[in-house]
Ligand binder design. Structure first.
Ligand code: NAD
Ligand code: IPM
Ligand code: MN
Length: 355
C-alpha cells in the first residue's frame, strides 16, 4: 500500500449544491487521509456559472491543460438557471470527460442499511457502466430554418466499434470480478442503426470473456425491472443516454439520488479521472444546508480506490454507512440532519473507527 504519499487533486465545486457537498467530501477525505498516512493537495478551481458570468467561459481556455497535471478531479455539479444547460455543461463537464477519454462512467447503486427504498423492500447491489464520451451525446447535427414554420433540428448519435468495444471490455471485466452476469441495455427494436450495431459489438466482445453471461434487455423493460425486481441485476453496460437515465432511476430505487456516486474513468490512466455525484446542482434546495452529501463523499471514496488507497476508501464507506444505519439522515431520506451535521457525524464515526 502506498504510504506517506501526497496526491494532487483538482476540485471543482461548481454550481448550486456542488458548493455544499464538495466541502463535506473534502473534510471527510482529509480526515481519512490523515488517518491513513497520506495527504491530498487540493487545487481549488472556482470554475462554473459564476466564472462564466465574470469571464464568458465556464473554465479558462487552458483549463484542460491545467487539470492534466493532476491525479484526479473532484467535481460537485454544473448548472444554473441563468445560463442555458447546454452552454454550462458543454463548457465544463462534458469537455473534461471527452478530452480525458473518461469513457467508462461507473455508477454503483446499493441498498444501504437504514435507507429504505421508496418501492418496497429491495436488496440492490449493482453497477451501471455507462459509455461516457460518444453515443447519443454528439455534436453532429444542427438547427435548420430557424424561426420559420418549418424549423427542424437533427441530432446524430455516433457509435464507434472501438468505443463500444472498450466500454464493454471494461464492463465484462467488472462483471467477471463480481457475479459474472452482465446486462446490456438496448433499444434495437426501435433505433434501427446504432442499437443493432451496439448489440452486435457488445455480444462479440463479451464472448471473449469466459464466465461472463450476457443478457440483452430492452431499456424500457429494464427500467421497469429496476423498479419491480432489481435484485438479480448486477452489472449493466449502457450507452451514454440510457446509462444516464437508468442511473437516476437506480439511485431513486435505492433511496435517493442524493446518495449515488460516479467515477468517470480513463481506465488506461493516461489522463486524470473525474469523481462526482450522479445528481446535479439541485437549485430547488441549494443554499439551504439540505443537500445530502453522501453521493459526494462516496464519490470521494471511489477516488481513493482509484488512487490505490483501498483501506481508506473502505473506512470512508463504512463511516457514512454506519451514520445512515444509525438513523442520521438528510431530508431527502426522511431525516432532519443538515449537510453539515451529517458530515460531522461521518467525521466522528471515522475518528471512532478503531481499525
Ligand atoms: P438534480 O439532480 O439537480 O435534482 C433533481 C432532484 O433531486 C431535485 O429535487 C433535487 O433537490 C434533488 N437532489 C439532487 N441532489 C440531491 C442531494 N444531494 N440531496 C438532496 N436532494 C437532492 O437534477 P435537475 O433538477 O434535473 O438539474 C438541475 C441542474 O443540474 C440542471 O442545470 C442540470 O443540467 C444540472 N445537472 C448537472 C449534473 C452534473 O453536473 N453532473 C448532473 C445532473 C444535472
Ligand atoms: C450526469 C448528468 C449529465 C449527463 C448532464 C448534466 C449533461 O445528467 O452526469 O448524469 O447527462 O451526462
Ligand atoms: Mn444524469
Amino acid at each position: 500500500m502506498p504510504n506517506s504519499e501526497t496526491y494532487t487533486i483538482d476540485v471543482i465545486p461548481g454550481d448550486g449544491i456542488g458548493q455544499e457537498v464538495v466541502p463535506a467530501a473534502i473534510s471527510c477525505l482529509d480526515e481519512v487521509a490523515s488517518q491513513g498516512d497520506f495527504s491530498i493537495q487540493w487545487r481549488h478551481r472556482a470554475w462554473g456559472s459564476e466564472h462564466y458570468h465574470a469571464t464568458g467561459r465556464m473554465m479558462p481556455e487552458d483549463g484542460i491543460e491545467q487539470l492534466s497535471s493532476g491525479q484526479g478531479i473532484l467535481l460537485g455539479a454544473v448548472g444554473d438557471a441563468s445560463i442555458p444547460d447546454d452552454v454550462t455543461l458543454w463548457g465544463l463537464l462534458i469537455p473534461i470527460r471527452r478530452e480525458f477519454e473518461q469513457y467508462a462512467n461507473l455508477r454503483p447503486n446499493r441498498t444501504l442499511p437504514g435507507v429504505p427504498s421508496p418501492v418496497g423492500d429491495k436488496d440492490v447491489d449493482m453497477v451501471i457502466v455507462r459509455e461516457n464520451v460518444e453515443g447519443e451525446y454528439s455534436e453532429v447535427g444542427g438547427r435548420f430554418h430557424r424561426g420559420k414554420p418549418d424549423e427542424f433540428a437533427v441530432q446524430d448519435a455516433v457509435f464507434t466499434r472501438a468505443g463500444i468495444e472498450r466500454v464493454t471490455r471494461f464492463a465484462s471485466e467488472l462483471a467477471s470480478s463480481r457475479s459474472g452476469r452482465l446486462v446490456s441495455a438496448t433499444k434495437s427494436n426501435g433505433i434501427i442503426h446504432t442499437m443493432p450495431f451496439w448489440d452486435e459489438v457488445v455480444q462479440e466482445t463479451v464472448a471473449q470473456y469466459d464466465g461472463v453471461s450476457l443478457e440483452k434487455v430492452l431499456v424500457d423493460a429494464l427500467a421497469a425491472r429496476l423498479v419491480l425486481k432489481p435484485e438479480g441485476v448486477d452489472v449493466i453496460v449502457a450507452s451514454n443516454l440510457f446509462g444516464d437515465i437508468l442511473s437516476d432511476l437506480a439511485a431513486a430505487v435505492t433511496g435517493s439520488i442524493g446518495i449515488a456516486p460516479s467515477a468517470n474513468l480513463n481506465p488506461e490512466g493516461r489522463h486524470p479521472s473525474l469523481f462526482e455525484p450522479v445528481h446535479g446542482s439541485a437549485p430547488d434546495i441549494a443554499g439551504q444546508g439540505l443537500a445530502n452529501p453522501v453521493a459526494a463523499i462516496w464519490a470521494g471514496a471511489m477516488m481513493l480506490q482509484h488512487l490505490g488507497q483501498q483501506d481508506a476508501a473502505a473506512r470512508l464507506e463504512r463511516a457514512f454507512t454506519e451514520v445512515l444505519a444509525g438513523g442520521t439522515k438528510t431530508a431527502d431520506l426522511g431525516g432532519t440532519a443538515s449537510t453539515e451535521s451529517f458530515t460531522e457525524a461521518v467525521l466522528t464515526s471515522l475518528r471512532n473507527d478503531p481499525s
